[in-house]
Design a protein around this ligand. Sequence first.
Ligand code: B12
Ligand code: SF4
Length: 569
Amino acid sequence: MSIDLILLHPSSVYDFRQKTILYGPVSDLIPSSPAFEMYPIGFASIAEYLERAGYRVRIVNLAVRMLNDENFSAEAMIKRLKSPVFGIDLHWMVHAHGAIEIAKLVKRYHPEAKVVVGGFSASYYYQELFQYPEIDYVIRGDSTEEPFRQLMDCITNDKEPETVPNLAWRDNQGKIRENPFSHIPTDLSNVMVNHYDSIIRSVIRYRDLASYIPFKGWLHYPITAVLTCRGCTENCTVCGGSSAAFRHFYNRERAAFRSPESVARDVRQIGHFSNGPIFILGDLRQPGGSYPGEVLRLLQKDGVKNQVIFELFSPASRDFLQRMSFTCPNFCLEISPESHDPEVRRAAGKHYSNEAMEQTISDALDVGCGRLDIFFMIGLPKQTPQSVMDTIDYGDFLLEKFNGDKRLSLFIAPLSPFLDPGSLGFEQPERYGYHILFRSLEEHRQALLAPSWKYSLNYETKWMTRQQIVETAYEAILRLNRLKAKYRLISPKMAEVGEQRIKAASEMMHRIDDILSRDNHQEELSRLKAEVDRINILPVSEKAELELPPGLIKLKPWRSLWSWMTRRQ
Ligand code: B12
Ligand code: SF4
């Protein structure tokens, strides 16, 4: 079967299975492992859009395959694949190493094929990307479906892509050309129309479920995301997806929202193949007006069975929470105050009081919220090590105030490994008290190979050195773990596992520091590999905590296959 485009998702560090790297808590609060194996949801959108235009598109998540099978060779797979065009995501900066290495392999085995790179980080570093001769095209922006279609038309018809919007490219003479960055749609009705079905269809067509799995463990815990927007109305200081970052780097003046009908349709479609949790990404109140009410009305009409997770960017009214509960009984909420200290929170770009947040917690629990996750962060402006410890004390205060309610889950993690390029903190470091340690794409690539996550961090703050950030992170995670044990929010066994993991990692970090201070450390580091790997794969109790109770959740593959087939007729 001939294929027109293969979308490849790399691991963070290409050959992570060979390297000695202590990853630290860089991915503790997301489903991915430190290989950051999850591919951008935009892959599904691009694939579906191009399929509608008549192109055959296949997705291969190389990272998840490398994680799931130690004998899987990404190189051999790339060699085997045949396509005139390969797309590689450099969406998240954490893939800076893997993305370029994959591009090199594609060109080594398929010198005649074209390599297209895209995503937020690629958009930010689009000029620097052409220093790597393997890259032929970069499509910039948060909405590349239509530019990609036009580029595919040009490649297929052997035409120079002079009119393809958002495209930077190497022409026949090897000159780098830059087309106008003009495709920033505000109407999203023509994208993500049927992307879940499209994925199922591809899994069946290529008989390759293994390459479509979004993250290791997804089959056991099939959480699925529904997007509400492109862009963001908020301006969090550390975020490369803030409204300021979108304006300056992705050319988007204002966030664009999917219609309530599209959001409800996604939820319906997911219900066809999974009864796992559905995470509706982006606060429903962002567009204002009747939007949140309309989404909830449609969800209620459809009678959603899956547990739904909603995000709050700020405290919410009791009335709104009540409506969520009415529509999605046992709903989950996520809120990220970042710090207990409103001054630190303000410096991080969030402007609300603890009283308002506590009122929201109280109301949410009262109206029947099934679980409420509260996220704090380390590495913020105006935040000292003491302030982080005070945040843990505030956690104690909260748990006492709400009588150790088991539905409350508190989390803390360092901002790592990178302060996002494009974020206000990265772009105006003096103003926000950041000290940026390296800026270029190549420096980020090299930093990812450092033997310990401390040396990957691309920033320090006026209030904390790199050393203090990592020490404080370990201490805070340890203390929060003990707090959870005190309130019996986690089992003694889970608490013990968490304690052992943090202590082992912290001790290993010091050993690595010690080795690095000596000459000829490479050999000594290699000898440490087995031990470091053992620590890296110790179970992360926070991940288990973030999961809803297992046992009830399962995929419905036969049902989805059946519904897909019957809908085609
Ligand atoms: C949803 C989201 C997530 C979801 C991911 C869902 C998913 N599978 O995509 C979750 C919560 C899991 C997540 C995790 C992380 N995220 Co996040 N996330 C977002 C968020 C809020 C929205 C992104 C979105 O919905 N985009 C819309 C979809 C449809 O588009 P898309 O996937 O971006 O794809 C489009 C374009 O990017 C582009 N594109 C993408 N890939 C490719 C490839 C090619 C070849 C081409 C041509 C185009 C292209 O075209 C697509 C279609 O138009 C943004 C912030 C924001 N306001 O945008 C942060 C954001 C993208 N995340 C960010 C970060 C840092 C992370 C983490 C690294 C955090 C961490 N340390 O744990 C992890 C990485 C996870 C992994 N890979 O394993 C940063 C990225 C900054 C940077 N430059 O690196 C952002 C900007 C802000 C933030 N700090 O949260 N994230
Ligand atoms: S972190 Fe803040 S700015 Fe970034 S996507 Fe979330 S709400 Fe928007």
